[in-house]
Each structure stands twice: as C-alpha cells, then as structure tokens.
Design a protein around this ligand. Structure first.
Ligand code: 5RP
Length: 263
C-alpha cells in the first residue's frame, strides 16, 4: 500500500492537524469529491499549503484510476508533490486543455474573484486556471471574504521582469498604490518589492522574476477586473495575481468542521 502525501511529507507519521489545517483538508477533500471524477484525465495541481490535501484525496482514489491520469503542476512545490505521490507528471506544453485544476487562494470575494500569488506562483497558476474546463479554489475560512484586499494579503502580487521592477513600481504608485501608509488602504499596507525571508534579496519566482506586492484603496479593490486590466498593460508586468471570472466554485473549510461551497 502507498503512503498518503501527508505521511510522506511528515516522515511517515500521520500528523496531528491544527484547526486551520483541518479546515484546509476538509475543503480540499470536498472539492476533489465533487470535481475530480473518474473521467477526469488531465488534472492541474495548484500551489500552497492546502493543495497537499488535494493530492492526498486524489491519491486515495487509488492507483487503478490514477494510472491513466496526467497531473500538471503550477510550480516547483506542486511538481514535487506529484512526483512524491507517485502520480504521472506532465506539463502544459503537452496538454493545453485540462479537465480540472484545483488551487488554493489568498483571498476570495463575493463574486469568486481572487487574490493569488502568496507563493509567487500566479503566472503558472493562471495558465492552468485558464486552460482548465473547470477551475476550483480550496481554502480555509479565513480566505472567504466579500471585497479583496481587506485582510490577509500584502496587496496584489504582481510578477515583474527583474530589470523593470522600479519602473513598474513607479507605474503602480501613479495608479494609486501607496508608498506610505494611507487611511484609504486597508491595514495601512504599502507598495513593496517582496524580499526573501533573510531580507538579503528579492524573492525570485519559478520563472526567474521578481514579485511586487501592490495594495490599493478600497474603492479601487471593489473593481478587481478594471484594476487587473490597467496593471496588465504596464510594460514589465509578467502576470497579475488577480483572478477574475475564472472560478467555477470555491470551497472553504470552517472551524466547526463544515464546508462552505460557493459557485
Ligand atoms: C501561491 C498561491 C497559493 O495558492 C495561495 O497563496 C494559497 O496558499 P495556502 O493554501 O497556503 O493558503 O496563490 O502562489
């Protein structure tokens, strides 16, 4: 018999899950049960700390059904997850259409628009979201919101070509992202070049690019599609961590053990 991904990641021991982890796992299991049927053959696996539970549930569907499937990753982490789970690895240059992609989210609004890119994977995540017939988000209850930017994130994660980061940050500040604390912006967040944990240098994405985290005033965040269009037009921007009009559904695990499904 095979180990679950959680066991593999935990050195063979089944982990005691914290309440937040339980919530993530509930959401992931419910989404897989609903959207990853036996007929799904090409499956996208997103990034973040909720996605290992997606892989765990898919793995539990059994080797027989999984042997005829191909799994496409949204980044280094999910590639490793797929390999460690003994699932077949593919890439989007071989399969431009997927049956389903399941991914995490940093914040979700009442229209199922989302902020993503907490793990700097938003370019590949969006490619696999757009290429999928069905794109579903899974998260714990903290991500279930009404307007984007109200909590949690440092702003909209924007992947930029390294040599152009200062120019793009200037463009973003002109658009309205604050360079000093501003009461119209939730949490007093400011425009930032994302730095690595040791602050010794910028975070570099799987694609070799930098990440700028850009908060915006509440009024602007109420129109994520409009904001996305403006930011995408800035030369030097590779991809924007705003996902608008892509999700079929979002599943949120709750503290009380229930799951909220929105579509
Ligand atoms: C990575 C992402 C993740 O999906 C997002 O950050 C959510 O992660 P988690 O499941 O750990 O909350 O967008 O770029």
């Amino acid at each position: 018999h095979t180990n679950t991904v959680a066991q593999v990641l935990n050195g063979g021991r089944i982990p005691e899950l914290e309440p937040i982890e339980k919530a993530k796992r509930l959401a992931a299991f419910a989404a897989v049960d609903k959207f990853v049927g036996k007929d799904c053959k090409i499956i996208g696996i997103g990034s973040g700390s909720t996605v290992p539970y997606v892989v765990e549930r898919i793995q539990s569907q059994g080797a027989e059904v999984n042997k005829d499937r191909i799994f496409l990753p949204t980044g280094f982490q999910s590639k490793e997850l797929i390999i460690q789970a003994g699932l077949n690895l593919g890439d989007v240059d071989q399969h431009v259409r997927l049956d389903v992609t399941i991914d995490g989210a940093d914040e979700v609004d009442s229209d199922l628009n989302a902020i993503k890119g907490g793990g700097a994977c938003q370019l590949r995540e969006k490619v696999l979201a757009e290429a999928a017939d069905t794109w579903v988000m899974v998260a714990d209850y903290r991500k279930n919101g009404t307007v984007l930017g109200e909590n949690w994130t440092q702003g909209i994660p924007i992947e930029v070509a390294p040599f152009a980061y200062a120019k793009v940050m200037y463009d973003l500040s002109r658009l309205g992202s604050p360079i000093k604390s501003d009461p119209s912006v939730s949490g007093g967040k400011i425009l930032t070049l994302r730095m690595g944990k040791a602050k010794a240098g910028p975070v570099v994405s799987d694609n070799g690019n930098f990440i700028v985290d850009a908060p915006f005033p509440r009024e602007m965040m109420k129109d994520p599609k409009g904001l996305l269009t403006k930011i995408k037009l800035m030369t030097g921007v590779v991809e924007v961590g705003l996902f608008c009009g892509l999700a079929k559904a979002a599943y949120f695990g709750n503290e009380d053990g229930s799951v909220t499904a929105r579509w």
